[in-house]
Design a protein around this ligand. Structure first.
Ligand SMILES: [Zn+2]
Length: 333
């Protein structure tokens, strides 16, 4: 993967062509239009550096180039079962999630991060990436049960980025990088789509013996909840926690300063219980940068590599206000 120090601080568009972002490279590439996104055409590729450049971000020839460690495990145990993956994209939140959490597992810092997030000391038992354990290759049985209770087998099913089962608390982590939480807009939905959406929401409210009423605020209906992903994670996650006699913590992992409004809106729609009480459940908005601060200065190669990753990760180029400027992904020093 390319680190910020290997990339140009500023790129120019010259005669309709755009500079390759890699430092020292003089190749000029065709500028992608919206319709070309995900294109594999040679005119968007820098042959020398093995990337396809959209003008703001790029993707690698192979997704392994975007992975810090254990690409073999990821390929063998997880990717085949995962619904969709764009791990080769520099902006991939899946690649970011894997790189950071697999690194936390290896550096022995995952438990201290979880304690930092929820305020309770926990012992990690299983970590499921997109519902599969990277260590055992097995699926998450609790999630299968929850899907069976709330969702049709042939329909779209909920797939948390991470489920971390500990001795006391079950964590569901919804990770966001450059994109925001999915937000439903009923006003702009086609009537037929809206109808389907209402039906699904109705299901979520009534399945699992009306578990919805237990964990959402009074008078809130599923269809009124704009953050549809968070709604499903909160519903299924809290149900899984209850089934396994654990507390529940839903973590919305976001970039510094992002999703503050979403946090407030969503928190108003749910019922939380302090985690030190029985059946405790809590929603936490946490920043990637918090993970960085917590591991900075930790000994060991894995922790050091991860710190370096945070410091050197880019999130592409911005053409909005700052014409063609390289963006640092994280606000870290
Ligand atoms: Zn190049």
């Amino acid at each position: 993967m390319y680190e910020t120090r290997q990339l140009k601080d500023k790129i120019e568009i010259i005669d309709g062509l755009i500079e390759c972002p890699v430092l020292g490279c003089t190749n000029k590439l065709a500028k992608m239009k919206k319709k070309d996104v995900h294109s594999d055409e040679d005119r968007f590729k820098c042959i020398d550096n093995g990337i396809t450049f959209s003008g703001t971000t790029w993707y690698y020839r192979s997704w392994q180039q975007n992975i810090l460690w254990n690409a073999d495990i990821l390929a063998e145990r997880i990717l085949g079962k995962k619904a969709e993956s764009r791990m080769n994209h520099d902006n991939s939140e899946d690649a970011l999630t894997w790189n950071v959490f697999r690194g936390l597992q290896y550096s022995g810092t995952l438990e201290s991060i979880l304690e930092e997030i929820c305020g309770i000391k926990v012992t990690v038992q299983h970590v499921f990436y997109w519902s599969t354990s990277a260590d055992m290759g097995e699926g998450c049985r609790l999630l299968t049960m929850a899907r069976d209770a709330f969702e049709a087998r042939n329909g779209q099913q909920t797939e948390p980025d991470l489920i971390i089962v500990t001795d006391k608390i079950l964590f569901v982590i919804e990770a966001k990088f450059v994109s925001n939480n999915t937000r439903i807009n009923l006003e702009t939905m086609q009537p037929s789509v809206l109808e389907r959406h209402r039906k699904k929401c109705q299901n979520y409210e009534t399945c699992g013996n009306n578990w919805f009423n237990e964990v959402f605020a009074n008078n809130v209906h599923a269809v009124d909840i704009r953050r549809y992903e968070l709604m499903r994670m909160w519903l299924l996650g809290s149900w899984m926690a209850r089934e396994s006699n654990r507390g529940f913590c839903l973590v919305n992992l976001v970039l510094h300063g992002k999703e503050v409004v979403a946090e407030k809106a969503f928190r108003n729609q749910i019922q939380e219980i302090p985690l030190n009480l029985d059946n405790g459940r809590k929603f936490v908005r946490y920043e990637w940068e918090g993970i960085y601060s917590a591991i900075k200065g930790r000994p060991g190669t894995y922790a050091k590599r991860l710190v370096c990753y945070f410091e050197s990760k880019s999130s592409g180029y911005s053409f909005n206000r700052s014409r063609g400027r390289l963006k640092h992904a994280f606000q870290v020093e």
